[in-house]
Design a protein around this ligand. Structure first.
Ligand SMILES: CC(C)(COP(=O)(O)OP(=O)(O)OC[C@H]1O[C@@H](n2cnc3c(N)ncnc32)[C@H](O)[C@@H]1OP(=O)(O)O)[C@@H](O)C(=O)NCCC(=O)NCCS
Length: 431
């Protein structure tokens, strides 16, 4: 057995944990991406990447499209965190620069030693220096990110529509036609349509090409019965698209047993979305239609002849948000008209400029210079304002959960009217 720090420690009867080299947190260089990727993959219980993986544009391009920070013990990568440069739609339709945080992982031998804490501080401070207004992410576990100021700002549902019961779309749908795309036209066509229709609600992002390549992998590879369809308006404009895969177990019994997994449905408005759903729900041999990441106000749910057979299988937290620049974020979004203004005192232990009081009314938000925090109608921390920002988490629920203090009667109800957003926030693109 080769001697190393571990065996030396045992022989000397010292503490079980060997002395470690200092861990350096720094920006990852392109030639280190694969080592960093393998640390992240290992942390998520996956095998190391293969040469085939690194030949895929969806992987290679995604690594060069962001800011990567990694932790190094000598020449060994032991942790990784990165952020894509996205823009996110906020209530009212403006978009703001966003650090879309991803690929967080620490080597099994190095967890609970502060590696993520150091990497996340570096990543968030770099994001502020780059002018990002928001940071957003998806969480593998709900206990990890609250300490960095993140909170759940939007939820999605895994759903199933049971076609055995004659469920169909009965609401009016957009006029137009639907065509199936050939494989070689999928990427270009979908990319163009998505740029037009994808920024459909608060939380949405513009998908880069590498993300389309990843989302459309089954359609592009031809290894599955997977299809992309396009809706075209009567004037010839392509105004919606969807993709789904089909599986039929070749049963000839009473029920056909076919399953359709819907991965995307996007339309210029809900009537286009419904035209796409109508097509999908009328596919032959399909008994069950399943979809992930559907918003709580999914149009198809309200458009069926029998709403009960839109089965909401599982509610998932989707977008975790952290305001990096509270002032810019509050100013960027709009608030509902005919509402009473509120003042909100906010604390942020990580970024000094985010501590203060804001006046929020139907006309917009502004910082109140020199206001005493105790005089504000509401008081919350960076997690509370990040949860409420998109209109997906009610101030009422934050109050019940102990995340906000109400100092003026009626202030929580007023804030809920101001911040409420329809459509509900949803990103709809996993990163
Ligand atoms: C999640 C992960 C990155 C945390 O890295 P880490 O270096 O161990 O985190 P830190 O040492 O900086 O921990 C900071 C704090 O968070 C807590 N914490 C971190 N991850 C936690 C987890 N999964 N469960 C419970 N607590 C956790 C730590 O106990 C510590 O608490 P303390 O400050 O009260 O002592 C690491 O556990 C990991 O790689 N997990 C598997 C991959 C994964 O889930 N990645 C996230 C993808 S979204």
């Amino acid at each position: 057995m080769a001697a190393g720090p571990e065996t030396d420690a045992v022989v000397a009867g010292m503490a079980c944990k060997p002395a470690r080299m200092p861990i350096e947190i720094r920006v990852t260089t392109p030639d280190e991406y694969r080592a960093a990727a393998d640390v992240f993959r290992g942390a998520l219980l996956s095998p190391p990447s293969t040469d085939d993986d690194w030949a895929k544009p969806s992987i290679v391009d995604s690594w060069s499209d962001g800011h990567s920070v990694s932790a190094w013990e000598g020449a060994r990568c032991v942790g990784h965190a990165s952020a894509f440069h996205f823009t996110t739609v906020v209530p009212g339709g403006a978009t703001v620069p966003t650090a879309a945080i991803t690929r967080i992982g620490v080597r099994q031998t190095h967890t609970r030693q502060g590696v993520l804490t150091r990497a996340m501080h570096r990543l968030l401070h770099d994001a502020v220096a780059q002018g990002k207004v928001l940071a957003s992410l998806r969480a593998s576990e709900a206990v990890i990110y609250g300490r960095f100021g993140f909170a759940v700002a939007g939820e999605t549902w895994s759903i199933e529509i049971d076609r055995l019961r004659g469920v169909r779309v009965t609401a009016p749908t957009a006029a137009g036609s639907i065509r199936l795309l050939e494989r070689d036209e999928v990427l270009g066509t979908i990319g163009e349509i998505h740029d037009l229709v994808g920024l459909d609600r608060p939380g949405a992002i513009k998908r880069p090409t590498w993300m389309h390549q990843r989302y459309l992998e089954d359609v592009l590879s031809g290894e599955k019965a997977a299809y992309a369809i396009v809706h075209t308006a009567p004037d010839g404009t392509d105004d919606g698209w969807a993709q789904y895969s089909l599986e039929w177990p070749e049963t000839f019994a009473e029920h056909s047993g076919g399953v359709c997994e819907v991965a995307d449905v996007w339309g210029a408005d809900s009537s286009v979305e419904l035209a796409l759903w109508k097509f999908i729900l009328e596919l032959d041999l399909v008994e069950r239609v399943r979809a992930e990441e559907r918003p709580g106000d999914d149009a198809v749910r309200f458009a069926l002849n029998d709403q009960r057979h839109y089965l909401s299988r599982c509610r998932n937290d989707e977008q975790w948000l952290r305001l990096l620049d509270v002032d810019a974020a509050l100013v960027a979004r709009t608030y509902n008209a005919a509402t009473t203004p509120v003042t909100i005192a906010i604390t942020d232990p990580m970024f000094e400029r985010n501590n203060g009081t804001w006046h929020v009314g139907a006309g917009g938000a502004r910082r109140v210079a020199g206001a005493a925090a105790d005089d504000a109608d509401l008081a919350t921390d960076i997690n509370g304002i990040s949860a409420a920002y998109m209109g997906g988490t009610a101030w009422h629920d934050l109050l019940v959960g102990g995340h906000v203090q109400q100092r003026r009667a009626g202030a929580v109800a007023a804030a809920d009217l101001l911040f409420a957003s329809r459509p509900l926030p949803r990103c709809g693109s996993f990163f």
